[in-house]
Design a protein around this ligand. Structure first.
Ligand code: ADP
Ligand code: MG
Length: 238
């Protein structure tokens, strides 16, 4: 666990500014949701936190370290993507252990970490299956398992449920929250779905055209929206 501090972060692609001076303070163990319409800059911001995209300006701190210029592998974060491509030729166990193998963690320690994550995610009985032998929800759990085995300081999720059907999406929201309650890792979760944001977040950051419209607890945004954009966005059906 670690706090995350985002200070005046900006992103330009060529001459186009897509993130304009963003500040966010995320507490140790907090579950923060970045929400906003498609194209508002959620993924770009998350990718800058992950180290997959350079910041054009500003600073990102994880714990006491400034990480803005560190490569992704040195940031102690793990990210779960929208298109959680599992390796089709690897079993669940191998998929989950792969990142550790790359980091030269011993086979014994890898097995221990994979088993522990599998127990937490209810994947114990599926470890020898291949991705094609899993349901959508189970695949999603394996994708989370890959992140969990790395025991990161921060979890980043980019629309992890958008490929699932509505019923499974609701179930997986609950599972991700339960996981967070159990392990307490600081989490930054991106979605364009305001219902998902309202039901999952400790704190919501509403983004619009690369600018923060409001930061607050779900009820605060609902009761006291800062402006018409927030009122309309939070108030409209998913
Ligand atoms: P969101 O995740 O909220 O849908 P993105 O962060 O993907 O939004 O995109 C924000 C804006 O930045 C969009 O206008 C998008 O077209 C633009 N953008 C994203 N990545 C690139 C890139 N590599 N080059 C140029 N423009 C980009
Ligand atoms: Mg996106």
């Amino acid at each position: 666990m670690a706090p995350v501090n985002i200070q005046n972060v900006q992103k330009r692609f060529g001459s186009v500014n897509v993130i304009h001076g963003i500040d966010i303070d995320i507490g140790d163990g907090e579950f923060v949701v970045l929400v906003g319409p498609s194209g508002c800059g959620k993924s770009t911001l998350l990718r800058m936190i992950a180290g997959l995209e350079e910041v054009s300006d500003g600073e990102i701190h994880i714990g006491s370290r400034e990480v803005s210029n560190l490569p992704a592998r040195d940031r102690d974060i793990a990210m779960v993507f929208q298109n959680y491509a599992l390796y089709p030729h690897m079993t669940v166990k191998e998929n989950m252990g792969f990142a550790l193998k790359l980091k030269k963690v011993s086979a014994n320690e890898t097995a221990e970490k994979v088993n522990k994550a599998a127990a937490i995610l209810g994947l114990d009985k599926l470890l020898d299956r291949f991705p094609r032998q899993l349901s959508g929800g189970q695949r999603q759990r394996v994708a989370m398992g890959r992140a969990l085995v790395r025991d990161p300081q921060v979890f980043l999720f980019d629309e992890p449920l958008s490929n699932l059907d509505a019923k499974l999406r609701v179930q997986m929201r609950g599972e991700i929250k339960a996981l967070h309650q159990r392990i307490g890792t600081t989490t930054i979760y991106v979605t364009h779905d305001q219902v998902e944001a309202m039901t999952m977040a400790d704190k919501i950051v509403v983004l619009h055209d690369g600018v923060i419209e409001q930061i607050g607890a779900p009820l605060e945004l609902y009761d006291r929206p800062a402006n018409l954009f927030v009122a309309g966005f939070i108030g409209s059906p998913a």
